[in-house]
Ligand binder design. Structure first.
Ligand SMILES: N[C@@H](CCC(=O)N[C@@H](CS)C(=O)NCC(=O)O)C(=O)O
Length: 236
């Protein structure tokens, strides 16, 4: 099956969690909006009144006749089909639960530069962003990544689920990469306390398909339009 991924063409954003899973799976897919005229197709689908199950926002994935939105939902679909999630109910729920926790992290990271409104520019909420980021770094990354560290201890590693990699490991890699980009100083202080999480990050970079992807032009560099943005003043 050839998938069609619909996501904003200029950013990693939430689409990156899907791209990483598709790349690790070696799946055949088109990153539609990055092709000529593709972004118009994305926008047209968002506004379409013809879809029975319309997506609210990107990312969304066309898989045959299915149109699936919500990052964690898309991964729940792809995971068991591509060896990136257990097929049994308990295992499937567990990896989905981990992914939803990552979605919570992503939302809070987004709030560090957009604490008031997504529709306003960062420059219009700079003061609040500074305050939000200060509070965020007092405890949230420590608590979230400390949680994943505990999960790794329980699983026995090297992956969150134990011996087999899952899409949640790929997403955890992306969270570490993103936090390193956005908050290099704060992450340098935190990383010694989360060696297991850092080991997952490093092991993901060594997956041959992921390594090839990261070195390719398909991987969009981090920038100040996505979820993980680097503003010096927010990285105290
Ligand atoms: N919970 C959704 C959030 C989707 C989302 O917020 N997408 C962003 C791009 S990363 C968007 O384009 N949102 C448009 C909007 O919220 O109006 C998910 O995890 O996929």
């Amino acid at each position: 099956m050839r998938y069609e991924l619909y996501y904003w063409p200029e950013i990693q954003g939430r689409g990156e969690f899907i791209r990483l899973a598709l790349e690790e799976a070696g799946a055949s897919y088109a990153d539609v909006a990055r092709r000529k005229g593709g972004e118009d197709r994305l926008v047209a689908l968002l506004g379409s009144t013809r879809l029975d199950q319309p997506p609210f926002a990107p990312p969304f994935l066309k898989a045959g006749r299915l149109m699936i939105a919500q990052t964690a939902n898309i991964l729940q679909y792809l995971g068991p089909r591509h060896g990136l999630a257990p097929k049994n109910e308990q295992g499937g729920l567990w990896v989905h639960q981990l992914q939803l926790t990552i979605a919570d992290v992503v939302e809070e990271v987004h709030n560090t530069h957009h604490p008031i409104a997504s529709a306003l520019y960062y420059e219009q909420q700079r003061k609040e962003a500074k305050r939000y980021s200060r509070e965020f770094w007092r405890r949230r990354p420590q608590k979230y990544l400390g949680y994943f560290e505990r999960v790794l201890h329980r699983s026995g590693g090297p992956w969150l689920l134990g011996r087999r990699i899952s899409y949640a490991d790929l997403s955890l890699f992306q969270v570490v990469e993103g936090l390193r980009y956005a908050f290099p100083k704060s992450m340098r202080r935190l990383e010694p306390k989360i060696p297991g999480v850092v080991a997952v990050h490093d092991a993901v970079t060594e997956r041959p398909r992921i390594a090839a992807y990261l070195a390719s032009p398909r991987r969009i560099p981090f920038n100040e339009y996505g979820i993980f943005r680097h503003y010096k003043e927010l990285d105290a």
